[in-house]
Design a binder for this molecule. Structure first.
Ligand code: IMP
Length: 423
């Protein structure tokens, strides 16, 4: 068994990019299996600081190959920009980056349709990243998608675009947007196809060979469990399947190969976009933590909502995904707090309830049960040795482990690759 999966166990932005960058030092392959360029994985390493939206964060390791598997949806313009950015700092992508021809393509009308839907919902909007993710996945499951396969046959592409533009343009013009020109879009896509062609290759046999040879394969989850289309706080979720079992559909990897499922949690909770958030701070506390933790979206720059660590969420995510190890990030952001709260469960009408007992509306009504932990009042920034952590941090970690039943193996104490404790 040689496949490890890295998943965010909150609402995204747990610091997965950093954990993946750290763990991929020992990986032969890093694979993305869902989501698109709604993700923003921040990586700080000897090459510089990067925000990767599509290309797996393992690309910085010379010996590691990066795969964007079939479950990922791709805006080809963003992909090309990312390729150029990496080439500029001297990263060789030739024979190292493979993109599945099954990936669905985000087209300009997807982004416009998303705008129309969000505006129509008013206060009930999801608060999306505006990258066209919902509409492109809708087209995928509704058999209206255009895939990378289609880019390499002009007549097929032209025909499919014609049909889709007939449908989409009628909605766009009804909402006072300009109709998209078939000729222009076709030309743009054919030009992009030429530039991307060297990287489009079916990854299935590559991954199968790697599995037979017992190579180390790391799966890079994007977004996080509570944005999963089924198990998250619907409709305040994203459009993809994020849970560990999703790797079979999203990357063609059978469950029998999975070894570790590593859940990444931030020492507190953040969320961008709308939707319930039981442990959310009021405005001034949120602002304080936002500034301490630099909690602004890597993709959209939006201010993240902040709150205490919610272990009922983490407990459920552990059960749902079969998490075997935890990585705890941004512990240093809590350095200045005198006391730190942890949510250990939920109450509704005086009765203890679980996350899965209701929907987003139910979650907006529950009251968190808190345990108060002692703060440590000293800097943990950059600590690399577990024994050098203050006793209160160790207490905090032990409490997390006891509450959710999984051990913490990695503790991140700062944004760069070396600021990491491996237990
Ligand atoms: P979408 O994925 O752009 O459709 O956005 C749906 C919801 O997921 C919104 O609340 C977004 O803010 C959130 N979201 C999507 N991708 C990410 C991510 O990578 N990190 C955090 N939140 C995300």
């Amino acid at each position: 068994m040689s496949v490890d999966i890295i998943l965010g166990l909150q609402w995204g932005d747990e610091g997965k990019g950093k954990v993946i960058d750290f763990l991929s030092q020992k990986s032969d392959y890093v694979v993305r299996f869902q989501g698109g360029n709604n993700a923003g994985h921040t990586v700080i390493n000897p090459f510089g600081e990067f925000k990767l939206h599509l290309i797996p964060s393992g690309i910085f390791q010379n010996k590691t190959k990066a795969i964007i598997a079939n479950g990922v949806v791709i805006d080809p313009v963003v992909l090309l920009e990312e390729i150029e950015m990496l080439k500029k700092v001297g990263i060789n992508l030739s024979n190292r980056l493979f993109i599945s021809p099954r990936c669905h393509i985000i087209l300009p009308y997807h982004k416009l349709l998303e705008k129309i839907y969000e505006e129509a919902k008013g206060n009930g909007r999801t608060g999306t990243t505006g990258r066209g993710i919902g509409p492109v996945y809708s087209d995928k499951v509704g058999y209206n998608g255009i895939r990378f396969y289609d880019l390499f046959d002009k007549s097929i592409l032209s025909k499919k675009l014609k049909t889709q533009l007939r449908l989409k343009n009628s909605i766009l013009t009804a909402y006072n947007y300009k109709a998209i020109s078939h000729k222009k879009l076709l030309h743009q896509l054919l030009t992009l196809a030429d530039q991307l062609r060297p990287y489009i290759k079916e990854p299935f046999p590559i991954i199968q060979k790697a599995l037979q040879e017992n190579k180390k394969v790391l799966i890079e989850g994007a977004q996080a469990v509570f944005l999963d289309n089924d198990w998250g706080t619907y409709p305040f979720v994203t459009a993809s399947t994020i849970v560990s079992g999703g790797i079979t559909g999203g990357a063609g990897i059978a469950p029998k190969y999975i070894k570790d499922i590593i859940g990444v949690i931030k020492a507190y909770t953040t969320r961008v976009g709308e939707g319930p958030f039981p442990t959310e701070f009021d405005n001034s506390d949120s602002e304080l933590m936002r500034n301490l933790g630099n909690e602004f979206g890597a993709t959209t720059g939006r201010a993240r909502r902040c709150g205490w660590l919610d272990l009922e969420m983490v407990r459920f995510a552990v059960e749902l995904n079969g998490i075997t190890k935890l990585a705890l990030t941004k512990i240093d952001v809590l350095d200045s707090y005198k006391e730190i709260k942890i949510c250990t469960g939920y109450k509704l009408k005086g009765k203890q309830v679980r996350y899965y007992e209701g929907d987003a509306n139910f979650l907006s009504k529950i009251t968190p049960i808190y345990k108060i932990m002692r703060g440590w009042g000293t800097s943990t920034k950059g600590v690399k040795d577990y024994n050098k952590l203050p006793a209160e941090v160790k207490e905090y970690i032990k409490e997390v482990e006891a509450q959710v039943g999984v051990k913490v193996y990695y503790i991140s104490t700062g944004p760069s690759r070396e600021e990491m404790i491996s237990i």
